[in-house]
Design a protein around this ligand. Sequence first.
Ligand SMILES: [Zn+2]
Length: 363
Amino acid sequence: MVMVTSGHLADGRQILWFDEGSEPRLVVPDLRDLPATASTSEQRWDPIVGEWVTVASHRQRRTFLPPVDQCPLCPSAEDRRTEIPTTDFQVVVFENRFPSFSQQATVPDDGVTLDPRLYHRERGHGRCEVIVFSDRHGETFATLSPGRVRLVIEAWAERTEALNAMPTVAQVFCFENRGAEIGVTLSHPHGQIYGYPVVTSRTRVMLENAGRYREATGRNLFADVLASERSGGRRVVASNRHWTAFVPAAARWPFEIHLYPHRHVPDLPATDDAERAALAEIYAEILRRLDGVYQVDMPYIAAWHQAPAHTGREDAYLHLELFSIMRAPGKVKALAESESGMGMFINDIAPEHAADLLRAYRW
Ligand SMILES: [Zn+2]
């Protein structure tokens, strides 16, 4: 049972408390004196590679690795008011103060004109939310209780549904990351939820490939990849009744794990109770395995791939892509010349060896 309580922050942004149980939370007003934020965010179309780029120059002002006593994601106390007005919480979601996309975004009034024969320029008209996993600053996702992980999954599913229903949102991306090495600017355990105004290029390419595969074979590409990995077993890292985690055959990153539900569903809202319970277990397991390889907290990005709001829902297949840029203790894979310049990934660790290391860890 999940209780969702809605409120607003001092500058009008929405905040939602997700609590286990059936008791509604007493909403405490946000007493800060916050100026309204203006977000200038725009989408520019790059005609050469056929991709949208978001320009959100106001984000340069955002908070960067503040000291613990100034963490904006800790609960509020009598003498210190944060982004979360209550003195405790379980899981909280609120609109980002420095969003890359916003319902109110405007194209900057900068006098710039782009050649309309080549370029499109549109408002970065979406939604950016922050999801905080715990009111304890020192916690990480891997140490959350199973009940708390489940609550995070419920929040992801609820927000995916809510953002998909917003008229300016084309695709919802829930993600979680850890480690200053990959640009996390706040160490408090949290993730983000993006409601993009367009379908991202990676998703578009995936769905084009899946569409061609369906036309050629009548089958679902993602389902066939999953079935192949499960029957081969060589790269499987963990599995339970409803989910299988494996290192993909063409992994780009030193440690990369893809987690699929056994049932073909387009997104998190489509998962059922049993699948969510099993997901909470296996998610915690793969994070433990990742940290176990070198016995250090690995920096990682955990990216949920879900069907866009309006297109490609038949071919899309919910899955998590989790990857670490750490290839050895203290050695971080930088996006070097080949990856940054040409989009050609060079992975120094064989995917089968990475799977062996991830599978071997015992606790
Ligand atoms: Zn904190």
